[in-house]
Design a protein around this ligand. Structure first.
Ligand code: F6P
Length: 540
């Protein structure tokens, strides 16, 4: 048996024996928090509210080492073609590396070209922000980013997260091919003072190209100046030119940046416009600092590695199929959706890099919402449902609203309370005592206690930081990127491709003429034919 298989077997045995253990009981060790948390560059990762102990942690570390993480990580940063199915490197780190950064693929420097594009990008953003880019009706006051998936979620999430730093034009995001999305966005915007960004790595995505054509028609009809008010960001620059744009309106990036890893470069244009180049440089610097930490810290003190180990422990060892992301930070409300794409598109795979069925379950179902709102929606199930859902909490020591500091204290209290409640639960004896204090006794109390008590012992981790600044956001996103990478290495899968989304795209293209009634649906299954008949019978 190989070292990896042996490490998994050892962990499965440890997982079996852990099932009866109590997280709360582990805190009899007064040093537990210090020993099961890690601070790096202002970010605290607390994983003490889990069933990990020294033995289990050491076994996970053994697994990570046996899987060859360090070699694979070094290959990633060295520009090796780690995305084997597309024969591409995955060098998104180059876009945040700053002046010192040096990256190459097959011995060819990639930084010179990248820096030339970046200089154009920043000059353009500065000109828009300063009012020097003039639309037909004057300076740009609104920006509409048209993109989907990685060409939408990153910039939309970061613009919302960094709103306190926003001093540029208002940014809006349209992703869905549902005309309602574009319509509701454009209502009230001035086509003569709006900048449209078409963000698409492939410049071929049905939703984005449909929205781009409709936005162009809106601008033309409204007297906008397409030459000044329309730009494209893509790896397929020729397609952007074919769309009718001039070279000066197109910002390119190489195909070795995956869509869900692309916010650091030109796809981040809306963020640069919103918060300015200096703040964007801080956002990149936070991520670059996490890159350095990942590359240089010993594995046992390496935040992405420890974070991945907790993920593997919960998903692969204990079998918890989902995990919830709950930022107690309203401006991170879009982060669960961003991380959903990052994690589920990356690690939602069934075969190893060699094309063999993968031996373990792979990516968890990632979902969530900002706290405290989520508490009043799905936390009931987290506390008393029959499935265990590990939670990932995030919380800042300070908000940005000095005049509302008491709100922030309540927010922090709620975050800590949920993590504590998940772990502690509520013992039947406590419930009976509470009921007795309210004069409820005997059979009635016993019956109610069954509903009001719960076992607890539900794990969570917490990321804590001073304040959600551009630097911190960059750190957190890079932390998650590397955590996904570590999990993928251990599972032996390729996190950088996404072939599973192709079939749906192809079928949608083929269904269009059937929806339009131009083609028969004979070859389709009975359900699809029945649905088509129903919808066509009621279409305009
Ligand atoms: O959903 C599949 C996907 O290819 C994502 O990986 C990508 O972020 C998204 O579509 C958008 O792709 P593009 O930027 O090429 O329009």
């Amino acid at each position: 048996m190989g070292a990896v298989a042996a490490a998994w077997q050892h962990l499965q045995r440890l997982g079996q024996s852990a099932r009866g253990d109590s997280i709360s009981a582990l805190f009899k060790d007064e040093t537990r928090f210090a020993r099961f948390s890690l601070q790096a560059d202002g970010l605290l990762f607390d994983y003490s509210k889990t069933l990990l102990d020294d033995t289990r942690r050491a076994a996970l570390l053994g697994l990570v080492q046996a899987a060859g993480l360090e070699q694979r990580r070094d290959a990633l940063f060295a520009g090796a073609r780690v995305n084997e199915t597309e024969s591409r490197a995955a060098l998104h780190m180059a876009w945040r590396a700053g002046a010192e950064g040096q990256f190459a693929i097959d011995g060819q420097d990639v930084m010179a070209q990248l820096r030339a594009t970046d200089a154009r990008l920043m000059a353009f953003a500065k000109a828009v922000r300063a009012g020097h880019v003039q639309g037909a009706g004057g300076a740009i006051c609104d920006v509409v980013n048209i993109g989907i998936g990685g060409s939408d979620l990153g910039p939309a999430m970061a613009v919302a997260a960094l709103a306190p730093y926003g001093d540029g034009p208002r940014c809006h995001f349209v992703s869905n091919v549902d005309g309602a999305h574009l319509h509701d966005c454009l209502v009230g915007l001035d086509p003569r003072r709006t900048l449209v960004i078409v963000a698409s790595k492939t410049f071929d995505t049905l939703e984005t190209m449909t929205n781009a054509a409709s936005a162009r028609a809106w601008m033309q009809a409204g007297g906008g100046d397409l030459a000044a008010q329309f730009v494209a960001i893509s790896s397929a620059t020729q397609r952007a030119l074919d769309f009718g744009l001039r070279a000066e309106q197109v910002f390119g990036f190489a195909d070795w940046v995956g869509g869900r890893y692309s916010v650091w470069g030109p796809i981040g244009l809306a963020v640069i416009l919103a918060i300015g180049p200096e703040n964007f440089a801080q956002f990149r610097a936070g991520a670059a600092a996490m890159d350095r930490h990942f590359c240089t810290s010993p594995l046992a003190e390496n935040m992405p590695v420890l974070f991945a180990m907790v993920g593997l422990w919960h998903r692969q060892v204990l079998g918890y199929a989902t995990r919830a992301i709950v930022p107690y930070d309203q401006r991170l409300a879009l982060l669960p959706a961003y991380l959903q794409q990052l994690e589920m598109e990356s690690n939602g795979k069934s075969v190893t890099r060699a094309g063999q069925p993968v031996a373990q379950p792979t990516g968890a179902v990632v979902w969530g919402a900002a706290g405290t709102g989520g508490q009043h929606a799905f936390f009931q199930l987290l506390h008393q449902g029959t499935d265990i859902v590990p939670c990932e909490f995030m919380v800042a020591a300070q908000g940005h609203e000095a005049d509302l500091a008491h709100h922030h204290r309540l927010l922090v209290a709620n975050c800590l309370a949920q993590a504590e409640a998940l772990m502690r639960g509520r013992a039947t004896s406590d419930v009976l005592a509470m009921l007795a204090a309210h004069g409820v006794h005997g059979a009635e109390a016993q019956a109610l206690a069954a509903h009001r008590s719960f076992a607890g012992n539900r794990p969570s981790v917490t990321l804590a930081y001073d304040r959600l600044s551009p630097y911190r956001l960059g750190q957190i996103l890079a932390l998650y990127e590397h955590r996904v990478f570590v999990e993928a290495v251990v599972l032996g899968i390729n996190p950088f491709d996404q072939w599973g989304v192709e079939l749906g795209k192809e079928l949608a293209q083929a269904l269009v003429p059937m929806v339009e009634g131009r083609e028969e649906s004979d070859g389709k299954d009975g359900s699809t034919r029945g649905l088509l008949r129903f919808l066509q019978g009621r279409a305009e």
